[in-house]
Design a protein around this ligand. Sequence first.
Ligand code: PEP
Ligand code: MG
Length: 561
Amino acid sequence: MKTINVKRTASKGVVMGKAYVVKRPDLSADRTVIAESAVEAETARYEAAIEAAKADLAVLAEQNEIFGAHLELVQDPTLYDGVLEKIKDERKNAELALEETVDMFAAIFADMDDEYMRERGADMKDVGKRLMCKLKGVEDSALSGINEKVIVVAEDLAPSDTAVMNLEYVLGFITQEGGVTSHVSIMARNLNLPALVGVEGIMSEVAMNDQIAMDAKSGTIIINPDEAAVAEYTEKMEAFWKREKELAEISLLPAETPDGKTVELFANVGNIEDIKNALPHHIDGIGLFRTEFLYMENDHFPTEEEQFTVYKEAAELLEGKEVIIRTLDIGGDKALSYFDFGQEENPFLGYRAIRVCLDREDVFKTQLRALLRAGAYGNIRIMYPMIISVEELDHANELLEACKKELKAEGKTFNENIVVGMMIETPASVACAEDFASRVGFFSIGTNDLTQYTLAVDRGNKKISNMYNSFHPAVLRNIKRTIDAGHAAGIKVGMCGEFASDPKALKVLLGFGLDEFSMSAGAVSEVKAELRSTPYAQAKEIADKVAKCAYVREIDALLEA
Ligand code: PEP
Ligand code: MG
């Protein structure tokens, strides 16, 4: 018996079963230098591989939109030119040219600061593998052999693997590579299967048919568990499923406390797929649509039409419920491949979010026009990020008014009365909360940034991560001040930072009077369960005490009591 602890949970769940260790065919390229006379034949071979891969992907794209992206990638002129250059100029055979080009692009993605973009390197590798199989005339059939219930253990799993895997037999996934936003993680969450990713050394620890017990909530893997461990995991499994069943039932109930105080439970999303996955959780709306992914996935600033299509679909999917769409929040740790931000000493204090938008009015107006037009198809609300001054807010609103004028002159349909709100994520916006509250339709507190700016603690710096604490009195008081200022002006105050989904924070946020809690959809039922067992009167009492505490440890004690 061996126990491995894993830090990152990709998809929760507890399961026991046999390991199915995925062994891949050798897809390394032979290192061959070709004669000039062979360049044409080698090019033709590569082009035939593209055609064959395209044919496969066209079929797969009908089942899963991830393959639509692969279909584009396989035809990408930059990839094609990169390979051809190596065949023609460096006289490499097609396999080697492909391997080197894919490695180069994957390395560029891997170097990016943003985790989401790093994971997109996996798509490039997946497409590269497909092309390599075609060139070498081999099939990657490791996963099509699954014909009994197993836990799949693999170096990595690509989206295309799910197409050949009989998912009926899959109990869970463990991969050596991958992060929480990688495709295997997303896929596991969608399928409601437990998954642990980025488990170093797992491929050398586990052999085919080894017994595995995994708890993807606490992040534990036991290889060949003994009798006691099997008994423990059998109990854990039962408890997990009992809780899941309870949560599924709770998700159908109203978001209200035992003494009748209701709040809204919203979801945070980054694209249409996320919305589709969030809807079964019975959410009351979308509290944060992070539009930057739309920009990061593209190789150009998305056009008005491209954006309009997405926002309209979002509005229609929510059938009249609120969809709060945040305008472009780029910069900081989020880069665009097609836009140079320049070198900055302190990117989080630099050229980011609304600052970029007010500087690049053309880019901003394209988004505002798309939002105004999509607003005619549902309950879209616009939200500005990172605001620090009323001048900024006024400037953004002037551009919005200019867009309305343009659309009117063009005879386009749009929502003239679209509700506009702002994120509270800077200490400046808290200090001036009253001034803002009288000028916007709603507030949404972004605790991820508000915590880092209030405490002057970089949210991504591991060295000081113990200091990054939203339960710090300064952060809690900023939250309370924001809620009070919003309510005094009669506007709704929500929260879309991670803190909204922390069950320990619920009492204090509820007691402060937060109206809307927005979080990843998977967390909604847990928070609803907590809410339904927390009397509002009690939450208020505790929150009043918490607001007066000077020490974090006092706050902890009050919330844990
Ligand atoms: C926040 O800062 O709390 C927030 C929700 O925005 P992001 O995490 O996208 O910066
Ligand atoms: Mg933020």
